[in-house]
Write a protein that binds this ligand. Structure first.
Ligand SMILES: [Zn+2]
Length: 135
């Protein structure tokens, strides 16, 4: 069983001066336990919350993909709702296909299945665009 993922609430970006230079830091507030984790502004996508130990993410994208796969694996999501969320996030370049493949593996989805869904998704949209252009 994989643990739940949370996104962070980012606030209070500020410049700090240390001997090697000036750096921006930001408070990443855990949405699970409200612990304030102070981290560098740049260079991270997820951290382990010092308060509760959960992984918290910079953006809601990764938790959303985890949620979609979790529901798909339980059959609690209408199939195309779950896949649609994942494919829309790839289309919007919020996440890469290879990252989706890595997350999907945690929920028992093979690379081949995910790539097949991606191909179906693209084909469906090309067909739709063709129909829209030819009505
Ligand atoms: Zn926490």
């Amino acid at each position: 069983m994989t643990q739940r993922r949370y996104s962070a609430r980012l606030q209070n970006k500020r410049l700090v001066k240390i001997h090697t230079g000036n750096y921006y830091v930001i408070d990443a507030v855990c949405k699970h336990c409200q612990h304030v984790n102070t981290v560098g502004f740049a260079g991270w996508s997820a951290i382990k919350c010092e308060g509760c130990g959960h992984e918290i993410y910079r953006t809601p994208v990764y938790p959303a993909v985890h949620r979609a796969f979790r529901r798909l694996s339980r059959g609690t999501n209408a199939k195309w709702t779950g896949w649609g969320i994942i494919m829309d996030l790839i289309d919007m370049q919020k996440i890469k296909l290879k990252e989706v493949v890595a997350i999907g593996a945690e929920y028992g989805f093979s690379k081949e299945v995910i790539q097949m869904r991606r191909t179906d998704w693209i084909k469906m949209h090309i067909d739709l665009e063709w129909k829209v252009m030819h009505v």
